[in-house]
Write a protein that binds this ligand. Structure first.
Ligand code: ATP
Ligand code: MN
Ligand code: MN
Length: 305
C-alpha cells in the first residue's frame, strides 16, 4: 500500500505512458467515443481536473462493455488493478479492503484502462480523512421541474453559503441537475459539515415548501427539487469535475462560472466532444480561485439556522 500525495496546484501536462488494451473498444457507441478517445479527453482536461481528484479516495462506476453493458459502482480495490492506481487504507476500516486513489495522469489513464466511466471522489483527502475540504450541495430536480427553477435553486444555495461566509462554485452534474460546491479549509469533522449542510437544505425546504424538499423520502414528489445534502457525510461521494457520465451523450460534469448559469447551458451540455475546445477557448479556468477561496467552517456554524 503506497501513500497518496495530495497536490496543492495542478501539475504541468504530462506525457502518456499507460498502455491501453483494446483502444478501439467503444465506450459510448452512439457518440463513437472509444477507450482511446476517452484517454485523449482526460489528457486534455487533466490540468483542470487534477486538483479535485488527486489524493482522494475514489469510487468508480465501471462499465467494461461501455455504457450499454453491465455497470457496477466500485469502492474498493480489486485484483489485477492497473499499476498506476494507488491503494490507500481507510484508517477507520483497518481490516477492510484498500480503497482506490490516483496521484497523476497515469493513474487517471489506469482508470480509463479499467473502464471507469465515472469518477466519484470523497469530500476529504487521504492526507486528512476526517476533515472535509469541500461541501457539495446536489440539486436533484423531480419530474416536471423547469431548468429555470434549477438555476434559481443554485443561486439560492450560493446565497446561503455566502451568507455563512463561504465561497460557492458551480458545476453541471452531466446528468439532470447542478452541484454547488464550497471549498473548505479542512478544520471541522464530518458530523459538523453534515449538520451544516442539512441545516441549509432544511431551511430551503421550510422557507419554500412548494419548491424544495430536503429528504429522500419526499424526493419523488412531482415538481420539487431535492436539496441533497447527503453527499456531505463520511464515505459519501459526488461525481468529480470533468468526470464523464456513463449515460447517453457522453456528457461530463462541467465547472461553470456563475455568469454562465442560464437557459443556454443545460445539465448535460458539455461533453467529451466539446469540453476540450471549451477549455482551450476560455481565458481562465472558471474554478481558478477555488482552493484559494477556502475558509474553515466554524464549529458553531454547524448548528446555525
Ligand atoms: P444528477 O444530476 O442526474 O442527479 P448526480 O451525479 O448528481 O447526477 P445523484 O443520483 O444525484 O446523481 O447522486 C448520486 C451520487 O451518489 C453519485 O454522484 C455517487 O457519487 C453516489 N453514489 C453512491 N452510491 C452509488 C451507486 N451505487 N451508484 C451510483 N452512484 C452512487
Ligand atoms: Mn444529483
Ligand atoms: Mn442526489
Amino acid at each position: 500500500v503506497r501513500e497518496a500525495q495530495p497536490v496543492a496546484k495542478a501539475p504541468p501536462p504530462q506525457r502518456r505512458t499507460v498502455k491501453l488494451t483494446h483502444p478501439d473498444r467503444l465506450y459510448w457507441p452512439e457518440e463513437g467515443v472509444t477507450k482511446e478517445g476517452l484517454a485523449d479527453y482526460y489528457s486534455d482536461v487533466w490540468r483542470h481536473m487534477a486538483p479535485m481528484v488527486v489524493g482522494r479516495p475514489l469510487a468508480l462506476l465501471r462499465c467494461p462493455n461501455g455504457i450499454d453493458g453491465e455497470k457496477f459502482f466500485q469502492k474498493h480495490a480489486w485484483k489485477g488493478l492497473n499499476q498506476n492506481i494507488v491503494l490507500i487504507k481507510d484508517p477507520k476500516d483497518a481490516g477492510g479492503a484498500p480503497l482506490i486513489s490516483i496521484n497523476d495522469l497515469d493513474g487517471m489513464l489506469g482508470l480509463v484502462q479499467s473502464a471507469a466511466l465515472e469518477i466519484h471522489p470523497w469530500g476529504s483527502t487521504a492526507a486528512d480523512w476526517e476533515h472535509p475540504d469541500i461541501i457539495v450541495m446536489d440539486l436533484d430536480p423531480g419530474d416536471g421541474v423547469s431548468w429555470q427553477a434549477v438555476t434559481e435553486a443554485a443561486q439560492e444555495v450560493r446565497q446561503r453559503l455566502v451568507d455563512k461566509g463561504l465561497a460557492a462554485f458551480l458545476k453541471t452534474s452531466g446528468g439532470k441537475g447542478l452541484h454547488v460546491v464550497a471549498p473548505l479549509k479542512p478544520k471541522v469533522g464530518w458530523p459538523e459539515v453534515k449538520a451544516f449542510t442539512k441545516a441549509i437544505a432544511d431551511a430551503m425546504a421550510s422557507d419554500d415548501p412548494d419548491r424544495y424538499v430536503s429528504t429522500i423520502s419526499k424526493s419523488k414528489r412531482h415538481g420539487k427539487i431535492l436539496v441533497d445534502y447527503l453527499r456531505n457525510q463520511r464515505g459519501a461521494t459526488a461525481v468529480a469535475c470533468y468526470s464523464t457520465r456513463a449515460r447517453p451523450g457522453a456528457s461530463v460534469s462541467a465547472p461553470l462560472s456563475w455568469d454562465e448559469l442560464g437557459a443556454e447551458v443545460g445539465p448535460a451540455h458539455f461533453t467529451v466532444e466539446n469540453m476540450p475546445r471549451r477549455l482551450e477557448a476560455l481565458a481562465s479556468d472558471p474554478w481558478e480561485d477555488f482552493r484559494a477561496a477556502a475558509v474553515p467552517l466554524a464549529a458553531k456554524r454547524g448548528k446555525a439556522s
